[in-house]
Ligand binder design. Sequence first.
Ligand code: ZN
Length: 257
Amino acid sequence: MSSINSLVGDFLELVMGASFPVAFTGAGISTESGIPDYRSPGTGRWERMDPSVVSLDGFYTDPARYYQYALEMYPIRSKAEPNHAHFLLAELEAKKLVQGVITQNVDGLHYKAGSKRVYELHGSLREAECLGCGATYSMDEIMERAKGGEIPPLCTECNGRLLKPKAVFFGEALPQNTWQEAMALVEKSDLLIVIGSSLQVSPANSLPNVIMRSGGKLIIINLMPTPYDEHAAILIREKVGEFASVALETLRTSMRI
Ligand code: ZN
């Protein structure tokens, strides 16, 4: 048995034996879907991007600059498809083996893969909101207008106020309701499955502490080391999509009777 198969065996055994498993995902689950992780080094031109473009201050100061960047990113984002790791979580949820997915990602790929209970800690790029009247628009519509030269696109419901994507920018607080719901979920959980997060961004990095305090277990699937590796019941340092592809196959075979 190759090492990935034995890791998959251990993984599924722990997941099936837990009473309330919850997943937590970061940028690393989506890099294999082609979404660049601009917080990580070595990601080419995104490494050279000025992070102030996606900061709250930067957005208010120069919204046109943000929308130019968004226009460049949009084709990549709209073409991105979920990979095996997103599908694995959706399938585990459908089989009642995962109770919810908490994510730091704004790409919407968990929903696209079929997950239902998704807690988007950093909001999402599916919609934009008017900073004046609160009217919401789909990002597809907004980006069509930007493509047509309307930069920045403005609200048509009120006096043409600025539209901000409903994703959390640098320097912006997390949506409190979502965070509290996510915390409540982890407090009930006895197994936290971390996929593609280096567990370094606050406050999401506090979730492993919550699970450990309550005596729950931790599975970490991440290519790079994390500060919680030594506490993991199972540590899987593989490409998440590759691991998930074997796990999906095994899960489907083992549950087919
Ligand atoms: Zn408005």
